[in-house]
Design a protein around this ligand. Structure first.
Ligand SMILES: *Cc1c(COP(=O)(O)O)cnc(C)c1O
Length: 358
């Protein structure tokens, strides 16, 4: 079965085999070697200096990394402006509400770009006592495949001294992220999307300065504690040891294949192959390609075709595609190009879609 859903991804044989390494006690030096290597290689994905940044590992899915980042890095006295244009942006607002974090929401429609002029107006319009210290944003909004403009947003934050907290769960490793932007405080992500590991371990890449001021709102997800223990080759709880094996092997493979620029090129070629092939069948993208990620794109369901029949026809041929969320479930389908996929696989997929349509 080839997985074209946005994670978990189809694994390479090499990563799959890495799961079969020796059993480890997580309190022995062998595990801490693995933990150290994962943390170092995660920083290396974007060439980050370990004096300035820390990769903090969390045994849980990507949402936990986002939750840990929001709950820990918005200071007690902080105030967060949450930017939303999809399911994952809305999830951050739910997290803020759950933890009682002072926040406001700025929403665009799910298929629309963020209105950055409105963001600037909101930041500038806040009274001095209700100034926004932090902005949360989803980099790649997987709901539609839209890539939100971090560069312009960062510039806007820098001018106003606001800090950016980024859900990079479905972009980390594939899309460009400018960690040189001083407004950027942290990016949350996971092993089983663009890095091609298995589910079970996620992480936050955080500025050390931000970690030093972290709030202890959460218990298991207390990012400050996780960071300081991991820095001392320690861990508070039992980590998903096997998922760490796979993450390290996936990161070795990632580096050997040429790192983030190479992964971006590979996904871009596959995503364009899908787009071109579907356009020839009369199927259009929901978000213009130049505003989309290379990781996942959403397409309009052909008139008269229900998602379930397309899904089932493709699954019978070994492809798992992904439905739209919420209201979008009736009008679109999504295809991700993450994981161990080749251009021949996409050719076969396109043939199967053509067959399902006829
Ligand atoms: C996948 C994803 C998540 C996290 O999902 P989990 O199921 O918790 O791994 C968060 N944000 C975005 C943008 C995602 O694509």
């Amino acid at each position: 079965m080839l997985l074209l859903n946005p994670g978990p991804v189809s694994l390479s044989e090499r990563v799959r085999r890495s799961l079969l390494q020796p059993d480890l006690c997580h309190r022995e030096s062998e595990f801490y070697d693995l933990q150290d290597e994962a943390r170092e290689r995660l920083l290396a994905v974007y060439g980050l200096d370990r004096a300035e940044w820390a990769a903090v590992l969390i045994t849980a899915s990507g949402t936990a990394a986002v939750e840990s980042m929001i709950a820990s890095l918005t200071p007690g006295e902080g105030r967060l402006l949450n930017l939303e244009n999809g399911v994952y942006g809305e999830r951050i607002a739910q997290i803020c509400k759950q933890y009682g974090i002072a926040h406001e929401r700025l929403s665009a429609g799910w298929t629309l770009p963020l209105d950055l002029d409105a963001v600037a107006a909101r930041l500038d319009g806040a009274s001095p006592s209700a100034r926004f210290t932090h902005i949360a944003v989803v980099h790649h909004e997987t709901t539609t495949g839209r890539l939100n403009d971090l560069e312009r947003l960062g510039e806007l934050c820098r001018r106003r001294g606001a800090h950016l907290l980024v859900d990079g769960v479905s972009s980390f490793g594939a899309e460009a992220i400018d960690f040189g932007d001083e407004s950027l405080s942290a990016v949350a992500a996971t092993a089983n999307k663009c890095l091609h590991g298995v589910p079970g371990v996620s992480f936050v890449i955080a500025r050390r300065g931000a970690l030093h001021q972290a709030a202890a709102r959460a218990f298991y997800l207390d990012l400050g504690r996780l960071a300081s223990l991991q820095d001392r080759r320690d861990t508070p709880f039992t980590p998903a040891v096997h998922a760490h094996y796979a993450l390290v092997e996936a990161l070795r493979e990632f580096a050997e294949q040429g790192g983030q620029p190479a992964r971006h090129r590979r996904y871009a070629a596959l995503a364009e192959q899908v787009r071109g092939g579907l356009a020839a069948l009369g199927i259009e993208t929901v978000v213009p390609p130049e505003q989309s990620s290379v990781v996942l794109r959403s397409y309009r369901l052909p008139p008269g075709m229900a998602y379930a029949s397309l899904h089932d026809a493709l699954k019978a041929h070994g492809f798992v595609i992904y439905a739209g969320q919420g209201e979008l479930a009736r009008t679109l389908f999504r295809i991700s190009t993450m994981g161990q996929l080749s251009s021949d696989d996409i050719d076969r997929l396109l043939q199967c879609i053509a067959q399902a349509l006829s």
